[in-house]
Ligand binder design. Sequence first.
Ligand code: ADP
Ligand code: 5GP
Length: 215
Amino acid sequence: MNGTCQTKETMYLNKGRLYIISAPSGTGKTTLCAEMLKNIPNLKESVSFTTRLPRTGERNDVDYTFVSVEAFKQMTDAGDFIEWAEVHGNYYGTSIKRIHEIQQGGGDVLLDIDVHGAKQIKSKHIDAVYIFILPPSIAALQERLNKRNLDDEATIKRRIAKAMDEINDCMFYDYILVNDNLSHAIEGLKSIILSNRLKAECLNAEWFEGRFGIR
Ligand code: ADP
Ligand code: 5GP
């Protein structure tokens, strides 16, 4: 995709929008988000805080900031999170400070969070684009969870049950994207983000006035 907003000529865009992406575990959200971060300029992920243990290969402050339950609770009490939720028995939260840092650096913010977290942000009427990714079917989701080789059978069963709840709840999102063919899903997600950047409401008013003398 070669839209103008992928070039360095992006002065006409206001930055700082939130792109909230949710999907049942195993759908391919990490894979898709990594592609977006690699291919879309000025899009940065806010690294979440979590109380879960790092998986093999995960790096602190890159994949997550791994903290104790006590440290997490101190952060919730201090109001440090824009949202937080308990997912699969662990706490996860999005830091307000980290979002602001990305926005102040001129970036749009990608949030990979669960449905409860997305709902909390929606209830605060914060400007954001909500994207839900569906697996092609429950059978395909099960196969991906098996292939990922991270969880035992009981955990996979729990993840499938949670997937059904999340899918049942996905209609408050702005976009629903099916991750069937991976390259099609990558193009679909890129299109959503890039077309949202071109919305009139994202126009940089100072740039517009400077160019055309119209307020
Ligand atoms: P999530 O972050 O949603 O839990 P991952 O990105 O870790 O999911 O993907 C789960 C597994 O499914 C990984 O093995 C990944 O390579 C695979 N996968 C992702 N997208 C597809 C796709 N479109 N078709 C087949 N397998 C996929
Ligand atoms: P995992 O532990 O497999 O990386 O993530 C489990 C789930 O937690 C995923 O659905 C992911 O989107 C969600 N998650 C990750 N970070 C956050 C966060 O900061 N807040 C919320 N609410 N969910 C998160």
